[in-house]
Design a protein around this ligand. Structure first.
Ligand code: MRU
Length: 353
């Protein structure tokens, strides 16, 4: 399995995704500040992987603290959570990951637990979240595989694979599950300018699995759809609003419109932790703006004239009306999403009470 991230006795070890596909190197984060840097610099990226990384970041911060009292430790935990929360704004999984550990910490403090006991519990919880993420991806795969064509070509945008999760992937997990079930699938991977998650990462991990993959420049999908060469689109998500609007990598919205125009199903695969019931619709989702340099430079080489204006929003929002179905580990959601999402949230609450 592709080791996206791993809790080790020495710290949290991250496969450096900025170096792929040319180098397979690792970055060991030995404290929470380093975990925050790894997330901000996109050494680890992809919403589910970011969520578990943030949880491990809070856990390592608590575990390595030298605070002698709970009052001191709680003040540190505030700073740790704030530092991690300020890394990337769009993927709601980041905040979910932080909250899962923070809530456990608060509950244990309220129950009168001692510091060593709290440290062991938060580390164990973050490691369990890692395992649960892989299980959720595999369940998403089982839930979504039958939606993909028995034989055909599937387009994906960005990387929603093993590298974007703790393993197996969301959108690529559904593709993997379909292939395991005997479907014959070829993948078109949009290159995904400017960070090239499709060209560098999706192509790298699918080739490792021997799934036939072809990289497309981002402007090629329309023409291929018109020629009947794409049978389905499947992508991941960074945040799904309560009405089913989907935030994902910049460029996803355009692909969704093209799919609708050509009568091609457009699927979104995401764990339930990506659904943000507190955000009513996509207009309210914060969109990360990244540095101009990601656009002006490629492989260290300047591509644009000095001083030109640059836009670099990292994500866009696809309105729910373009989404054929949302595949989660809890089941497949269909329109009207406001209702199907609400219903699933209620079932989830009942199941956890
Ligand atoms: O900026 P990134 O690389 O973190 O963006 C990743 C995406 O947009 C993915 O499609 C999304 O997080 C889903 S990953 C399973």
């Amino acid at each position: 399995m592709i080791p996206t991230l791993e809790w080790l006795p020495a710290g949290v070890n991250f496969l450096d995704q900025t170096k792929l596909p040319l180098e397979e190197t690792y970055v060991l984060a030995t404290d929470y500040k380093q975990v925050a840097t790894v997330i901000r610099d996109m050494i680890v990226r992809g919403a589910p992987a970011i969520g578990v990384s943030a949880a491990m970041g809070v856990a390592i911060g608590i575990d390595r603290s030298t605070a002698a009292t709970l009052v001191e430790l709680t003040a540190e935990v505030d700073v740790i959570c704030k530092t991690l929360a300020e890394t990337r704004p769009t993927a709601v999984n980041l905040f979910w990951g932080i909250d899962e550990i923070r809530n456990l910490y608060n509950e244990m403090v309220a129950a009168g637990a001692a510091i060593p006991e709290i440290k062991a519990a938060v580390v164990a919880k973050s490691r369990k979240m890692y395992d649960e993420d892989i299980d959720a991806c595999k369940q998403m795969g089982r839930n979504g595989a039958a939606l993909l064509p028995q034989t055909g070509t599937v387009l994906t945008h960005c990387n929603a694979g093993a590298l974007a999760t703790c393993g197996y992937g969301t959108a690529l997990g559904v593709i993997r599950a379909a292939v395991e079930d005997g479907h014959t699938i070829d993948v078109f991977a949009d290159e995904t300018r400017p960070f090239l998650q499709g060209a560098r990462l999706t192509a790298w991990e699918l080739m490792k699995d021997n799934i036939p993959t072809t990289v497309l420049c981002d402007n090629m999908a329309a023409s291929l759809m018109r020629q009947g060469r794409i049978q389905a689109v499947i992508v991941g998500s960074d945040r799904i609003a309560a009405n089913g609007d989907v935030a994902n990598k910049i460029g996803t919205y355009g692909v969704a419109i093209l799919a609708k125009e050509h009568g091609i199903p457009f699927y979104v695969a995401a764990p339930w932790s990506t659904v943000d019931m507190a955000t009513a619709n996509g207009d309210l989702i914060p969109i990360e703006q990244r540095s101009a340099r990601e656009v002006t430079h490629s492989n260290g080489k300047q591509m644009t004239p000095d001083g030109v204006g640059i836009e670099n929003p990292a994500f866009d929002v696809t309105p729910a009306k373009y989404v054929t179905a949302i595949i989660t580990e809890l089941g497949v959601l269909r329109a009207p999403y406001e209702e199907s999402i609400k219903q699933m949230a209620e079932q989830k609450t009942l199941a956890t009470v």
